[in-house]
Ligand binder design. Structure first.
Ligand code: GTP
Length: 597
């Protein structure tokens, strides 16, 4: 146990976490040349393409230091706010953290929020000034920033480059010398923290854990405390680049467990593994059931594909426990599913995976957060509103509550004005303003989640010319004034276009939605009125004018193969169109409310 070190790497997005992790693996000889691939830890295709770490993973390295052999367990953490709970559990499995700061970008919002998580868990922090090879690097200033933030000595900040490998040896020495060895008791009943799980279609769900007390053996009967289920440990082992089966994983170490579990949702990150016969009395603190934050309808483009879509969603859920869905139907779109996501990135990932892995083309409706509504009849009973159609009639409505977050934004002093205006426009209330340095300001706001899940981040980047970073955490439900804005096309209400909007913004947004839909809906042989309404009251109107002449007349072709090509092309173009009544609506229209600015 005294030669084990468990650590994670925390950083703001793009500060070089994955690249540096690769260098550590190279340097400790944990990877052979043949196995080498850029950014090894990000092993999902989607992750690699997007250049972000979606799921956390772990890897074990061995390293000789002053004549002694050490085991270094690196626990990778996801780099996006949608997955912050997973970050917190990975951090809880470690004794130390490398805090990576880009030498050109300096400290950003996620650097700070991750640092707070690490400090709450009493982790030893090793500051690393990364990318010192960059011509735009500003090592002196950024070191000062780090020293101010941590209250450490400048000599504790390790200068490094994930690109050239500079400083990697110093980092490894610091991990061994500064991060404390694990301190559990091998004789107590088993108590292990689940910090991640990965779905393997052949072997079932692989559970990644850190043993806090006791040991876990192959063949042991074990129990997951939060779910209450018991299993037989078919296989345990350590996580090298490939899994290495072992007879036992000891106190303080990190490993994987295979029990034949077939569904990801049985393995909950943050849950405690214990012995089935001699269970520990204490579950490890900090367990939470992850709650979806954003809801949207997902419908097949072709109504006949409904059953295929269901099968695909079920398969996706096997390996993504945070995806939830339930059947729903829409007058406009037919049968589909109301799905819950951790955030907008998660929504995009699911949509993309449905397309790539299951060849399903889907229509996604306007996303919304989850509201609580109360009726006059039963003012104490919470009605959960995940769908615009669930909002009770305005006349019966007592009150509505919506989820709020604490937003942390770090920006340059020059942009404080525009950032504040944006946050106020988004119904934010400033709670704190701190100058980290004369040029860099940290702003805190209480804001409705609904205002930030959609276009907030893009707007923030624009108003700050890219010099703002952003992070948030939920702070509970607060009173809200909510209305449902309906859209009528050709006098017919299209339920899938309804959106839940704060009353103060309803008129502006209703008007903008009509304007946007006018741009998006193709002209047809007749005029198409587009109206926005709250209840029976029309609040805005636009018209898509009828085509003046028959454009298809131009499309004659002498050559039959050309004609076919044209037809194929049309079919493809149609793919994301939906016929509602006699109006064709393209997919973008369903998401139009998100892109009004
Ligand atoms: P997330 O996984 O999204 O959180 O990003 P990350 O922090 O893992 O960053 P990643 O390692 O993917 O690096 C981000 C970008 O910075 C990539 O384009 C890297 O090639 C580049 N990069 C990383 N380290 C260095 C470095 O030391 N020097 C230079 N010049 N570029 C680097």
């Amino acid at each position: 146990m005294k030669n084990i070190r468990n650590f994670c790497i925390i950083a703001h997005i793009d500060h070089g976490k994955s690249t540096l992790a690769d260098r550590l693996l190279d340097f400790t000889g944990s990877v052979t040349d043949r196995e080498k691939q850029d950014q090894l830890l990000d092993n999902m295709d989607l992750e690699r393409e997007r250049g972000i770490t979606i799921k956390s993973h772990a890897i074990q390295m061995e390293y000789m230091h002053n004549g002694e052999q050490y085991i270094l367990n690196l626990i990778d953490t996801p780099g996006h706010v949608d997955f912050s709970y997973e970050v917190s559990r990975s951090i809880a499995a470690c004794e130390g953290a490398l805090l990576i700061v880009d030498a050109a970008q300096s400290i950003q919002a996620q650097t700070i929020s991750n640092l707070y998580l690490a400090l709450e868990n009493d982790l030893e922090i090793i500051p690393v000034l990364n990318k010192v090879d960059l011509p735009s690097a500003n090592p002196e200033e950024v070191t000062d920033d780090i020293v101010d933030l941590l209250g450490c000595d400048p000599s504790e900040v390790i200068h490094a480059s994930g690109k050239t490998g500079f400083g990697v040896e110093n980092i490894l020495s610091a991990i061994i010398e500064r991060v404390p060895a694990p301190s559990g008791n091998p004789d107590e009943p088993l108590q292990a923290l689940i910090f991640d799980s990965v779905y393997n279609p052949f072997r079932g769900v692989e559970t990644y854990f850190r043993v806090i007390n006791g040991k876990i053996r192959k063949g042991q009967n074990i129990k997951f405390i939060a779910t209450g289920k018991t299993y037989f440990a078919d296989e345990v082992g350590t996580l090298k680049l490939k899994q290495q089966p072992k007879q036992v994983i000891n106190t303080g170490d990190v490993g994987y467990l295979i029990t034949g579990i077939k569904e990801a949702k049985e393995v909950k990150v943050g849950d405690t593994i214990t012995d089935a016969k001699e269970p520990t009395k204490n579950a490890i603190e900090g367990f939470e059931n992850v709650k979806p934050m954003v809801f949207a309808g997902i419908y097949p483009v072709d109504t006949e594909d409904y059953e295929d879509l269901r099968a695909s969603m079920e398969k996706l859920q096997l390996n993504d426990a945070s995806l939830v869905f339930a059947p729903e139907s829409s007058a406009a779109l037919g049968f589909g599913f109301r799905c819950g996501f951790l955030g907008m990135l998660h929504l995009e990932i699911i949509q993309e995976r449905l397309e790539r892995e299951f060849d399903m083309t889907v229509i996604t409706t306007v996303p919304n957060v989850s509201y609580h509504a109360f009726t006059n009849k039963n003012p104490d009973e919470i009605i959960i509103v995940n769908n615009p159609t669930d909002l009770p009639e305005p006349s019966t409505l007592n009150r509505v509550e919506e989820p709020y977050i604490k937003a942390t934004i770090i920006t340059k002093a020059d942009f404080v004005g525009p950032v504040m205006s944006l946050c106020i426009e988004k119904r934010g209330v400033i709670t704190n303003q701190t100058y980290l340095t004369p040029e860099r300001v940290e702003l805190s706001f209480d804001m409705p989640l609904a205002e930030i899940v959609f276009d907030f981040y893009d707007r923030l980047k624009t108003v700050s010319k890219g010099y703002a970073s952003f992070d948030y955490s939920p702070i509970g439900m607060r009173a809200s004034k909510l209305v449902r804005v309906d859209i009528l096309l050709n006098a017919q209400q299209v339920d899938a276009l309804s959106a839940l909007i704060h009353a103060d913004n309803a008129y502006t947004i209703g008007k903008k939605m009509c304007e946007k839909l006018k741009e998006l809906i193709p002209r047809q042989q007749f005029d198409i009125p587009i109206q926005a309404a709250i209840g029976a009251k029309i609040i805005s109107r636009e018209t898509v004018k009828a085509l003046r002449k028959d454009v298809t007349a131009k499309c004659y072709g002498g050559d039959i193969s050309r004609k076919r090509k044209l037809l194929e092309k049309q079919k493809k173009g149609k793919k994301r169109m939906r016929q509602v009544g006699n109006v064709e609506i393209p997919q973008q229209a369903f998401m139009a409310v998100l892109k009004l600015n």
